[in-house]
Design a protein around this ligand. Structure first.
Ligand code: HEC
Length: 254
């Protein structure tokens, strides 16, 4: 009897688990073929630089990325001089000779400029919704870059009968379908220096790549280490097998 109860409880838990998983899944999220997928994955430097441009020119008016410094951009192919010039476009608080507050040009070691001074101001400017910091968002959401790409492409006409609250936009990918972020991208919103056509699809791929790098800048090192470990284990297996054969021959007296 008790084992029956246990079994029933386990089945119930499984059933509930499946129900919860279904509720969280929401819309279908397309799995894209990212250059950084797989054991040999690497970041596409051109896509990273385009993604930074999209973040800087579009997303940064609402979203901070406070764990990044300008000098981190050297990792994605910007030169030291370019990073210095990028940082110098922003002002940071400082003190003048008399000790009075002033501002100076940001340095490469400064963190990315935040659009709002605090959470209250950020919510006030966004109808009560808080634009999350994007430094780690690619790791903080199930689906990571696939989710971000789908979310940015998930804006559609509100279907009849859907009660969309004031100030929200209809998005098929966002849980609950009513998001406090107005559709941020439209075709040709940025002009890419490399001539790539700036469609919503292209910009959302590029910015998702950039956000993936921001959340896991050491991804390439990790994958390279993984490949080395697998290679080492492979060699070890071969040597172990050869030694085994030698020992067996000796034992058998050949
Ligand atoms: C006009 C302000 C604004 C702009 C521009 C903007 N966002 Fe947002 N974003 C928001 C707000 C507000 C939220 C919170 C939405 C909510 O909780 O309903 C949000 C939420 C998000 C989320 C989290 C969604 C989730 O699952 O919780 C991601 C990811 C995101 N934005 C990415 C971007 C990217 C990438 C860009 C640039 C292409 C961008 N946003 C541009 C205001 C903005």
């Amino acid at each position: 009897m008790s084992s029956f109860k246990l079994g029933a409880a386990a089945l119930l838990a499984l059933g509930l688990g499946a129900g919860v998983a279904q509720a969280n899944e929401g819309a279908h999220i397309e799995k894209l073929d990212w250059s950084f997928n797989g054991a040999f994955g690497t970041f596409d430097r051109a896509a990273l630089q385009r993604g930074y441009q999209v973040y800087k020119e579009v997303c940064a008016s609402c979203h901070s990325m406070k764990y990044l410094s300008y000098r981190n951009l050297q990792d994605i192919g910007f030169s030291e001089a370019e990073v210095k010039a990028l940082a110098a476009q922003y002002e940071v608080p400082a003190l003048d000779e008399a000790g009075d507050p002033t501002t100076v040009k940001a340095k490469p070691s400064d963190r990315f400029h935040s659009p709002f001074p605090n959470e209250v101001a950020a919510r006030a400017a966004n109808g009560g919704a808080l634009p999350p910091d994007l430094s780690l968002i690619a790791k903080a959401r199930v689906g990571g870059p696939d989710y971000i790409h789908a979310l940015l492409n998930g804006y559609h006409e509100t279907p009849a009968g859907f009660a969309l609250p004031d100030g929200k936009s209809y998005n098929t990918v966002f849980p609950g379908n009513a998001i406090g972020m107005p559709k941020p991208l439209s075709d040709d919103q940025v002009t890419y220096a490399d001539g790539t056509k700036a469609t919503v699809e292209q910009m959302s791929r590029d910015v998702a790549t950039f956000l993936m790098w921001a959340a896991e800048p050491k991804l390439e090192d990790r994958k390279r280490a993984g490949v080395k470990v697998m290679g080492f284990l492979g060699l070890l297996t071969i040597f172990t097998f050869l030694t085994y054969r030698k020992v067996r021959r000796k034992v058998q007296g050949h």
